[in-house]
Design a protein around this ligand. Structure first.
Ligand SMILES: C[S@@+](CC[C@H](N)C(=O)[O-])C[C@H]1O[C@@H](n2cnc3c(N)ncnc32)[C@H](O)[C@@H]1O
Length: 218
């Protein structure tokens, strides 16, 4: 099956496939304990940001990672949650407004990870989970690197090859990027700070890892 290439740099396709499947995605990822695993990860791996930091959640979907950020950060920051899918953004807005976290820290934008509507060096940290698998990796990384300030970080939760990833690829129509390509594209722009493998008892670990990288000073 062809994956749902959601966008090119100049054209975002049909508001994304996620306008049709946002509810299915949200339900299945709540069921598998994804949010709890993100909470545990963030509790044991403090983010390299301080009060007032500018953070972008690139491809925020229904807000599961955004919510983990506002639960986990103990100080005010400014989070921009961006997605191509209007329906996903509506769900994310609702989830953030109903949460107990620091909801005033979050603003939303509809946009394409390949053509982000932000100036160079705008963010101290970009987090992204499950979005780069819908776009060509080299273009995605180049655009994320553009908006991160020199010395700033990207926290990436890439899908790694596994039997379950293959099943999810069919269900959600993405493509897992090969690990060697992921590593070489990452190293074109960033220094790898930490590569974390989730414990096998957490469902997130069956398909994802967490890679924290720092933008090279040019
Ligand atoms: C698997 S979901 C992940 C959502 C969220 N990051 C999470 O961790 O739950 C992938 C999201 O990426 C978004 N996406 C895919 N291609 C995109 C693009 N080119 N620009 C912006 N968002 C995109 C989809 O609309 C979808 O909401």
């Amino acid at each position: 099956m062809e994956y749902a290439l959601t966008a090119t740099k100049n054209e975002a396709r049909a508001g994304s496939f996620y306008d049709r499947i946002a509810s299915l995605y949200d339900f299945s990822f709540k069921l598998n304990g994804y949010g709890r695993s993100l909470d545990k990860y963030l509790a044991s791996h403090p983010l390299p940001v301080s009060r007032g930091a500018h953070i972008l959640d690139a491809g925020c979907g229904t807000g599961l990672l955004t919510l983990a950020l506002i639960r986990g950060l103990g100080f005010p920051v400014s989070i921009t949650a961006l997605d191509l899918s209007a329906r996903s953004i509506r769900a994310a807005k609702r989830a953030v407004s109903e949460s107990n976290g620091r909801k005033r820290d979050v603003s939303f934008a509809q946009g394409n990870v390949l053509a982000l509507p932000f100036a160079d060096d705008s963010f101290d940290l970009v987090v992204t989970s499950g979005a780069l698998e819908y776009v060509p990796l080299e273009e995605g990384f180049t655009e994320l690197a553009r908006v991160v300030s020199p010395g700033g970080h990207v926290l990436h939760f890439p899908i790694r090859p596994s039997l379950i990833s293959t099943f999810l690829e069919i269900l959600f129509r993405f493509k897992t990027h090969p690990p060697n390509k992921l590593e070489s594209e990452t190293e074109r722009h960033f220094r790898i700070v930490d590569h974390y493998r989730f414990p096998p008892l957490q469902a997130i670990g069956w398909t994802k890892s967490a890679i924290l990288v720092q933008k090279l000073l040019s």
